[in-house]
Design a protein around this ligand. Structure first.
Ligand code: NAD
Ligand code: UGA
Length: 342
């Protein structure tokens, strides 16, 4: 079991915002929002991603608002192979969000990429981070590390992890690998692993439920629900997740594992109903077979996040979905992945 860290107050005052931050996975959903929020706070940001925005439309869309920002430098690089140290020079914090997400593809031929990008690339990054004595690394872990719920109560960081998919196994390995480096007596880097719970909002990945639901609501296309739709998720709004992430790079902390979730759970069927009420549109739903590794419920206990990060989620699901719908309506190309260069 992961030891519970003591509150931030016991470890000294709040630190100031980083001056210079590296964000891996910068062209992705969460990474692009993080870059934007850091830039808005005056932080210089080095964004790294293996998807070159001049070749990948969804990466270009994600970065559209910040590509020309004077405080932003984007480097195309694959963390499995690229030279990492030059990217990290003079950084106060590294936010490690690069990785291959999604539960289902991890059962198939993509597994090697999950291992290489989520585990081996993280090992390369940690060697560079610790050698350069970067003070803080924040790593994107996942609610999926918990697996099947332990009774009816929300998941606490000290729960025994029972990952139910190959993806979840790689995310558990990733966070524990970072923590193993941080525990070395010669390591000057503090690691904060954030277990994100199903993040949604503008620019959400096209394979994810809320994006597909809102697409179905606005186009009339059929939404496929895997299983009976009674599975429950702790849907967490992107801006709440970003605020927690910035706090994790800012607040004085020991090595920690912290849940980042809304702390509320809702079934997919109920989310469909909420989207129907929000849009006034009928939503065509087709049930298909349940998918392996798809856990029945996720729900975060956010006591640690409140205590250690001074953070609380603020956006309810209907408000968050309304903002995502607005973004979809205003987006120049609502379905960039359809035209994605591979
Ligand atoms: P995303 O796919 O939109 O972003 C990930 C980015 O990482 C992509 O742009 C991709 O090109 C990049 N990347 C992958 N492998 C790389 C490599 N080897 N070198 C360099 N770049 C690489 O995914 P996301 O939803 O933004 O997720 C970001 C992180 O958060 C991932 O680590 C994911 O496992 C984790 N996470 C996401 C959620 C969620 O709900 N979205 C929940 C829990 C954890
Ligand atoms: C999401 C991300 O995809 C993972 O990368 C992340 O690690 C994980 O959150 C997490 O919280 O750690 P998931 O909770 O499965 O995984 O989120 P969605 O992909 O949005 O799926 C939510 C539910 O909707 C799942 O039960 C899924 O099977 C279902 N779903 C999804 C459908 O029924 N239909 C769809 O078209 C898509």
């Amino acid at each position: 079991r992961t030891p519970m860290p003591t509150p931030a107050a016991a470890h000294g005052p709040r630190e100031s915002l980083p001056r210079r931050a590296v964000v891996t996975g910068a062209a992705g959903f969460i990474g692009s929002h993080l870059c934007q929020a850091l830039l808005a706070r005056g932080v210089t940001v080095i964004g790294v991603d293996r998807r070159d925005p001049s070749k990948h439309l969804s990466a270009a869309h994600n970065l559209a608002d910040i590509r020309t920002h004077p405080g932003f430098v984007f480097a195309t690089g694959d963390l499995r192979t690229c030279a990492i140290e030059p990217l990290l020079l003079d950084a106060d914090v590294v936010f490690h969000l690069a990785g291959v997400p999604g539960v289902q593809p991890s059962w198939g031929a993509d597994f090697d990429d999950y291992v290489a990008s989520n585990i081996s690339a993280t090992q390369r990054l940690m060697h560079a981070v610790t050698r350069l004595r970067i003070p803080r690394l924040v790593v994107a872990s996942s609610s999926s590390v918990y697996g099947a719920p332990d009774g009816d109560r929300p998941s606490v960081e000290t729960d025994h992890p029972r990952p139910a998919s190959p993806y979840a196994v790689t995310k558990l390995a990733e966070e524990q690998l970072c923590l193993a480096h941080a525990a070395r007596s010669d390591c000057d880097t503090t690691v904060v692993a954030l277990r994100y719970f199903t993040i949604y909002g503008p620019r959400q990945r096209e394979d994810m439920f809320v994006q597909r639901l809102l697409t179905a609501a606005s186009t009339g296309l059929t939404l496929q629900i895997y299983g009976d739709g009674k599975q429950r998720r702790d849907f967490t709004y992107i801006h709440d997740a970003i605020n927690a992430t910035i706090a994790a790079g800012t607040v004085y902390l020991p090595n920690s594992v912290i849940n980042v979730g809304a702390g509320r759970t809702i079934s997919l069927n109920d989310v469909v109903e909420r989207a129907h009420q929000l849009t006034g549109q009928p939503i065509n739903v087709r049930s298909t077979s349940a998918r392996s590794g798809d856990v029945s419920v996720t729900c975060a206990d956010v006591t640690s996040a409140r205590r250690l990060l001074g953070w609380a989620p603020t956006t309810d699901l209907v408000t968050g979905m309304a903002t995502q719908l607005d973004w979809m309506a205003s987006s120049r190309s609502p379905s960039p992945v359809a035209a994605e260069a591979v």
